[in-house]
Write a protein that binds this ligand. Structure first.
Ligand code: G6P
Length: 612
């Protein structure tokens, strides 16, 4: 949550900060601000998107080669100009941007008030910046970085911060605990950012900060220390990010671009791993742990949001094919509900960003209890990828739209490969089935293209139902999680209340909602559940519900029964989540657009939830 960017070097900082903030806007977009050092620290902040900030700043003094910026997703205090970052200390000595939550802010505030400090905003960040100033002014001969370190030792909670001191025009300080920060190293210039997106066009050399690291760039020299002032070793890594992924590539929205990218995404995910010619799946990142994984008595999948839906599909796949019992947990529940974790347990964390606070906390808890931690993650170098013992990158490329689309397909692709590989290693699948399923997966990208060709038809269905107040999504088996994902997509971006249900559960409650105003979207390709779901559809029709079905091509029976039909190519049931989710994503996209919603930046949401 929240995006931080900082620059120190020889170029003008402001354009770099603004461009960087736009790249980070998906992390939060309720207010934004910049502070640039030009003799003194000029500070500008404004409610709303970065565009509003730019308008506000025009014709003001924005010169200077050192600065910090922030785009906010509010935690403490409503989104307004005063609560926007950067925050400045009472005597103007420090200016700071912050991502995270200071949990003991109330105690710190009380102590600072006793010292005569006054506060303007409702934020925990203003307390932190004043705490830094308090230590700076209390001690003689103290520099800015020491004051920052002293303040941080008093803080309970999570932070990623970038700090300027008005008495040190050549210094940029950054520190991290819990909220990600990466330092970009250019030639005579340095960048600080919440992720690599603002950095990639200037340099590929980066250092991912770890918890309790403090980065100090002073007089063109970069050092990394811990809170006790001990030097930390610097590992410079190469960015694995293509700048082309960061723009819309001719599409109107990132979400649409990312939906349309999925044939390529899936290919990128299985490239080098799936080999139909040799009937082979190789998951390089899991080679060393494969024996342990195959011998596991149970597997616990933890994740949040869309990644949790992928995890549910993983459960069905791994239990059916590899015969390993699987539990799928919301990370936010798992971390607090005192679960039984045994030494031999394997925990598989799934996360697009690799920065979701609940997922990371659940991972730490399971690690402490002796579990082996594996990950499925999209962002290279993210915290999750560094705290897991082994794992698989999804290689979906940068996902910018807040509502996840291609990352889900990539996660499901990895889970299909994992389930099949485990089944093969354990001798639970015949050579023929293994070979056939590998070939089926390899054929999916082409099949997806034919579904994307139905975009106009899906738009016309969205037109019909765009004014609905509620929507119900139904599926069975692998397609129950797809129904959940379809409902989540619709509510996230169109603000229509939507529920996903296993179709068999409909009669235990949701059936009461059905009338001629309710669209019921049923994911019903021809699979083992076909006859069952057919009866569910009849039950909906008997109550005058509007039925939109996603069916296998050539299914005349369902065509007759449904109000609207979207077809997908015939495929093995294992592959149907990859095929059926696409029409649901497009349906949500068009509905949201017709309702005048901001599809890429839906209200109140953020892409990467780095706070609890
Ligand atoms: C947020 C995003 C979702 C995402 C979830 C989990 O809620 O808006 O799209 O599914 O976080 O994120 P992760 O990065 O861990 O997959």
């Amino acid at each position: 949550m929240c995006g931080i960017v900082g620059y120190i070097g020889t170029k003008e900082a402001y354009p770099i900060l603004i461009k960087g903030l736009k790249r980070l806007e998906y992390r939060g977009y309720d207010s934004a601000g910049v502070a640039v050092f030009n003799g003194k620290i000029n500070l500008y902040k404004h409610k709303g998107k970065i565009k509003e900030l730019e308008k506000f700043v025009s014709a003001k003094d924005i010169g200077g080669t050192l600065g910090i910026g922030h785009t906010r997703w509010a935690t403490h205090g409503e989104p307004n100009d005063t609560n926007a970052h950067p925050h400045r200390s009472m005597n103007d000595l420090f200016t700071l941007v912050h991502n995270g939550i200071i949990e003991n802010y109330a105690d710190l505030k009380k102590d600072l008030i006793k010292q005569g400090y006054k506060f303007n905003s409702d934020t925990d960040t203003e307390i932190l910046v004043n705490l830094v100033e308090f230590f700076y002014t209390r001690e003689d001969d103290i520099d800015a970085e020491t004051a920052v370190r002293m303040a941080l030792t008093k803080v309970v909670g999570a932070y990623g911060i970038a700090v300027l001191c008005s008495e040190e025009p050549g210094t940029l300080i950054a520190a991290r605990k819990g909220s990600p920060l990466v330092i970009g190293i250019g030639s005579n210039e340095y960048f600080v950012a919440s992720d690599a997106a603002p950095i990639v066009e200037y340099t590929n050399n980066v250092v991912y900060m770890n918890d309790y690291d403090v980065a100090v760039i002073k007089n063109n020299k970069f050092t990394l220390k811990n809170l006790q002032n001990n030097p930390m070793s610097l590992t410079i890594e190469q960015l694995d990010l293509n700048i082309g992924e960061l723009d819309k590539g001719g599409f109107d929205h990132f979400m649409l671009k990312e939906i349309f990218e999925q044939p390529k995404t899936i290919e990128d995910t299985f490239r080098g791993r799936l080999n139909p010619a040799k009937s082979e799946i190789v998951l390089g990142g899991l080679l060393d742990v494969m024996p342990k994984l195959a011998a596991a008595e149970r597997l616990i999948i933890i994740s949040c949001g869309t990644s949790w839906h992928a995890g549910l599909i993983g459960e069905y796949l791994i239990e059916e094919y590899a015969k390993i019992p699987v539990e799928v947990e919301y990370a936010s529940e798992f971390r607090y509900r005192k679960p039984v974790i045994r030494k031999g347990d394997i925990v598989l964390a799934i996360s697009q960003s690799g920065e979701t606070a609940d997922t990371l906390a659940a991972v730490e808890m399971a690690k402490d209890a002796g579990a082996t931690i594996l990950g499925i993650c999209n962002v290279t170098g993210s915290t999750l990828s560094r705290v897991t013992e082994a794992g698989v990158y999804t290689h979906a490329g940068a996902e910018i739209g807040v509502a996840s689309t291609k990352a889900f397909s990539a996660q499901v692709t990895v889970l299909i490969m994992l389930a099949l590989k485990l089944a093969y290693v354990k001798g639970e699948i015949s050579d023929k089935d293994y070979k056939d399923l590998i070939e089926e997966l390899a054929a999916i990208p082409e099949k997806l293209k034919t579904i994307l060709d139905n975009n106009d038809h899906i738009r016309s269905i969205a037109e019909k139902y765009k004014d609905s107040v509620n929507a119900l999504y139904l599926g069975r088996g692998y397609l129950f999680p797809v129904a959940l994902e379809g409902a989540l997509k619709l509510k996230e971006i169109s603000y229509i209340h939507a529920e996903g249900y296993p179709a068999g559960e409909m009669k235990h409650g949701p059936i009461a909602l059905i009338d001629n105003n309710l669209p019921v979207i049923v994911v019903a390709p021809q699979d083992d559940y076909y006859e069952k779901i057919l009866s569910n559809i009849r039950e909906v029709k008997a109550r005058r519900g509007n039925v939109i079905t996603i069916v296998t091509e050539g299914d005349e029976k369902l065509k007759e029964l449904s109000d609207d039909v979207i077809t997908i190519p015939r495929s093995h049931p294992v592959m149907t989540p990859l095929l059926t989710v696409i029409p649901l994503q497009l349906f949500s996209y068009h509905t949201a657009l017709m309702r005048g919603c901001n599809v890429d930046q839906p209200r109140n949401l953020a892409k990467s939830v780095t706070v609890e």
